[in-house]
Write a protein that binds this ligand. Structure first.
Ligand code: AMP
Ligand code: TRP
Length: 334
């Protein structure tokens, strides 16, 4: 482990995962695990910024850990844990909250989107505003070099960098300033019904997204219903957002660049492209789905992984937290 650069990333157990989460985040984590010292976290503290049913939250938290493993993240090589098992995250978030500005938090696109769904200002929970500060705490506690995320998280990463720099400026060099790592192909998988919008698990229309656990026939149906256009040519262009999205999905799964795919489908029809996209998704997800089903029944195995992960994470996180507290002027306990 010594000498390797550090990666931290996480996904919220707040709903079923889509292929957007998979292609934008998870699939890349798998590729990075040999080269980096990685921390992969199930960020349950983040999930409660929107209302969660306790029993669903419990189920999804374990399922998400199972998905990490089934997707190919090796628990022997990486530190995998559940955020609420490492109290240092909430504590560091408080310290950073005291140097974060209301204005910069109110400007975050995700805050604006999500708060508008919670109604008028009076009923928007404060956690939603402070969400990116908690994310910054997650990252800086491990002296993280790189954060592999989808494009939608870029703004939060910029805030994280600003907070780390601000802390260092106020109290001298303490925190590593992390860089985002955003994949080319899967960075933004779009909604299948409105391909100018990001694919999201919170969409009201199930035809808009493909879930990682969707069975093959559902995947086929959803892809065949994906919105395209009437141009009838397969081109990778912003004028054809539906086709562009299908090419992006194929490109992220096959590891080919979009231009190669465009060439391959010259003169072919939309039905053929859709069929191939559906087959590619099914081929990619089926083995993962089978493994997830097996793993979620093995609670002891999952427990061993998250217990061991949290122990290691607490040890590392505490080192950074202790430094932060000392610099701030808190009296050390010993
Ligand atoms: P979340 O579901 O918000 O916890 O997101 C988990 C990870 O998936 C983050 O790295 C996101 O950037 C990524 N992600 C979510 N939706 C998409 C999408 N439609 N396309 C690409 N990446 C995504
Ligand atoms: N905010 C991220 C999302 O919605 C999830 C997240 C929380 C995260 N903490 C993180 C991602 C730390 C990377 C690093 O997708």
């Amino acid at each position: 482990m010594e000498g390797k650069k550090i990666i931290f990333s996480g996904i919220q157990p707040s709903g079923e995962l889509t292929i957007g989460n998979y292609l934008g985040a998870l699939k890349n984590w798998v590729k990075l695990q040999d080269e980096y010292d990685c921390y992969f976290c199930v960020v349950d503290l983040h999930a409660i910024t929107v209302k969660q049913e306790p029993k669903d939250l419990r189920r999804r938290t374990l399922e998400l850990l199972a998905i990490y493993i089934a997707a190919g993240i090796d628990p022997r090589k990486n530190t995998m844990f559940i955020q609420s098992h490492v109290p240092q995250h909430a504590e560091a978030a408080w310290l950073l909250n005291c140097i974060a500005y209301m204005g910069e938090l109110q400007r975050m696109t995700q805050f604006k989107d999500k708060s508008s769904k919670q109604g008028s200002g009076a009923s928007v929970n404060a956690g939603l505003l402070n969400y990116p500060v908690l994310m910054a705490a997650d990252i800086i506690l491990y002296q993280t070099d790189l954060v592999p995320v989808g494009k939608d998280q870029k703004q939060h990463l910029e805030l994280t960098r600003n907070l780390a720099e601000r802390f260092n400026g106020l109290y001298s060099d303490t925190l590593k300033v992390p860089d985002p790592y955003i994949p080319k192909a899967g960075a933004k998988i779009m909604d299948l019904q409105e391909p100018t919008k990001k694919m999201s698990k919170s969409s009201d229309n199930p035809n808009a997204y493909i879930l990682m656990m969707d069975p093959p026939e559902v995947i086929k149906k959803k892809i065949s219903r994906a919105v395209t256009d009437t141009l009838g040519v397969i081109k990778y262009s912003d004028e054809q957002p539906g086709i562009k999205n299908l090419i992006n999905i194929l490109s992220a799964i096959k590891g080919l660049n979009p231009e190669e795919i465009e060439l391959e489908y010259q003169g072919k029809g939309y039905a053929e492209l859709k069929n191939d996209v559906a087959e590619a998704i099914i081929g990619e997800l089926k083995p993962i789905q089978d493994k997830v089903k097996e793993l979620v029944n093995d609670k002891e195995y999952l427990k061993n992984i998250y217990k061991e992960g949290a122990e290691k994470a607490r040890y590392i996180a505490n080192k950074t937290l202790r430094k932060m507290k000392k610099k701030i002027g808190f009296i050390p306990q010993e």
